[in-house]
Design a protein around this ligand. Sequence first.
Ligand SMILES: [Zn+2]
Length: 207
Amino acid sequence: MKRKGGTIEAFLKKQLRDEEESETAENVQERTENVEGTENVEGRSQSDTEVQSGREEEVEREAERRHSSTNDSNVIGYPSDISKSRAEAPVQPQLSVFPKTLQGDRMRSFKKDWYHKHPWLEYSASKDSAFCYACRHFSLPGQSESTFKSNAGFKNWKKSTYSDGGFAAHSRSEHHKDAMLAWREFQLAEKIRPQLQGSWTKNTIKQ
Ligand SMILES: [Zn+2]
């Protein structure tokens, strides 16, 4: 149990703090040591503690990613199955069937053909909604918000291909154009630094 000691101790300290706020730190330490020797802590099995440990590693990786990004908002609150930083390519899953929902007079769904026309499109299968990769990762701070940049994303498939709404209207917006420009510049900068080639350049978008 020793190798998991740090994790269990941290977890228990928090829990004990919550339960008995008046208890002194010394007592907490004592109780923590007692519990550490037992196999099962309040119903938590070994596998539970491993999960806990895994989560901590994930939090650390997340912190690194945020550190390397210029904009924290491109990670927080978004579904986990779309890109988390500009180091990742746009996530464009090729599902054989996209979920259908009743919108207006009929059932509608996301269409994978839309990726070709709009390389900035990302699709979250878990949320069945679309996002703008460029606006999420390359918007300047303080730029106006758009549905394509919101945590919920865009899922009005009926309006998606309207000439005065959906994808077309988003593509014409100034903040989107600025973000696309910044994305393009980022790609070019990555290309002229071959020694730093990584996952990004392998997935460079075609425009
Ligand atoms: Zn955009």
